[in-house]
Design a protein around this ligand. Structure first.
Ligand code: FAD
Length: 398
């Protein structure tokens, strides 16, 4: 008898599996319908021997010491500060927009003080900020919005920023100095030997069994367990009874080139030209030395694997209904980005998973009569509202 069946071996499932096994002595079966652990953060060596991220670039950054310390139990780190250039008007310019972006774009020599005045002079006054477009134009004006943001967003979301809720772009990071780092978090680093190796180290505990290539519904009836931790899509769990929760998907086009370096920055955004939004060269992220180099292009899609929840009020309404039955479902704990229909960064999912483990471990010891999905066995699912929320995702992706 397993104490827990954990559905999904991404960050959410793996963190909870590791904690339950190593700290509470629980017996855990973790399954994934993919043929690998790591969820979307999975990385692997491709045919050329280059470490690549199958599901697009994953860059670790956090302000949470707890999260960083926790993951440090399973990996050493390679310090890495991410940088992104945007291809605009035939130039490659730092993004987030900083002093150099403005000076290079307009051939100016503004100082930090003057660029602040520049932003103030172009910003459009808005009485009420409702949409993503409002957020951007009220900060950097219409011209920069058109050059850097509008078309990127249209590609990414399949919608104009004027149709997207302001929460998609809670804030537009602009800098009046020359700081060209993409993130400003306290901890910025990549797992020294990759994400997958880190996940392997998390899941080595003898109390953890891993099953790949299996949908939990195939084994649910034949393998005994007490409770479920579910990190898959919440609407799928309930057979889409309130309708499908919309997601934006991506197609990843991986390429290997017969030269050591392909582009001049780890990521180049293409707001205006091409169907893809950005190109990433992995060797910058991993520090790997190799005579060849591998890159990935991201092409946003309406259909496909669920990647980005679409933040519109009507979708939030649908999710509310799923959340209500999820909360009322005994012995099933919904954790992670798909189960809570939120765009979370990796560190946020780790924080959410650690908070869930803390709640699970606080509960009283097992009742002998506990059996699979017994309604009287457990306290209602925990309220995760206290875990760190996404502070709003920029119009460009992470
Ligand atoms: C393109 C892209 C780039 C990103 N870049 C960054 C970044 O740079 N930095 C950052 O911090 N975050 C980034 N993220 C976010 C990051 O991917 C997530 O925070 C993280 O992967 C979430 O982990 P999770 O465990 O919740 O979900 P997932 O990683 O999706 O894991 C869920 C797992 O559950 C499995 N599953 C689902 N249903 C079933 C079922 N019925 N049976 C069995 N298994 C099932 C799935 O196969 C999947 O492996 C990015 C996301 C995307 C889409």
């Amino acid at each position: 008898m397993f104490d827990y069946l954990i559905v999904g071996a991404g960050f959410a499932g793996s963190v909870i599996a590791e904690r339950l096994a190593s700290q509470s002595g629980k017996k855990v079966l973790i399954c994934d319908r993919r043929n690998h652990i790591g969820g979307n953060a999975y990385d692997h060596y491709n045919d050329a021997g280059i470490l690549v991220h199958r599901y697009g670039p994953h860059i670790f950054h956090t302000n949470s010491r707890d999260v960083f310390d926790y993951l440090s139990n399973f990996t050493a780190w390679r310090p890495y500060e991410h940088r992104v250039l945007a291809s605009v008007d035939g130039l490659l310019l730092p993004i987030p927009i900083n002093l150099d972006t403005i000076n290079k774009l307009y051939g100016l020599k503004l100082t930090s003080f003057q660029v602040e005045e520049f932003f103030a002079s172009v910003a459009e006054q808005k009485d009420y900020i409702r949409t993503s477009e409002d957020v951007v134009v009220s900060k950097v004006g219409r011209e920069l919005y058109e050059k850097f943001f509008r078309n990127y967003t249209r590609k990414q979301w399949g919608m104009d920023p004027s149709e997207l809720d302001k929460s998609v772009t809670a804030r537009v990071p602009t800098r009046t100095n020359r700081d060209d780092r993409y993130f400003t978090d306290t901890y910025q680093a990549m797992p020294l030997h990759g994400f997958t190796r880190m996940f392997e180290n998390m899941l080595t505990h003898p109390n953890i069994k891993v099953m790949l290539n299996v949908d939990y519904r195939e084994i649910q009836k034949v393998i005994p367990y007490r409770e479920i931790v579910y990190t898959g899509p919440v609407d799928e769990f309930f057979d889409y009874r309130f309708g499908k929760l919309p997601y934006r998907s991506l197609e990843f086009k991986h390429e290997t080139h017969d030269k050591p370096l392909f582009q001049s920055a780890p990521v180049i955004n293409y707001p205006n030209e091409h169907a893809y939004t950005r190109a990433t060269e992995f060797k910058y992220l991993t520090g790997q030395e190799h005579l060849k180099t591998s890159i990935v292009y991201e092409l946003p899609q309406a259909e496909g694997d669920p990647y980005y929840p679409v933040p519109r009020p009507e979708n939030a309404e649908i999710y509310k209904k799923y959340k209500a039955i999820a909360d009322a479902t005994p012995n099933v704990h919904f954790v992670g980005r798909l189960a809570t229909y939120k765009y979370y960064n990796m560190d946020q999912v780790v924080a959410q998973a650690l908070a869930t483990y803390a709640k699970l471990s606080e509960r009283s010891t097992w009742h002998p009569e506990d059996v699979q999905v017994s309604p009287k066995a457990l306290a209602p699912d925990q309220d995760l509202s206290a875990t760190k929320k996404n502070g709003g995702k920029a119009l460009t992706s992470t």
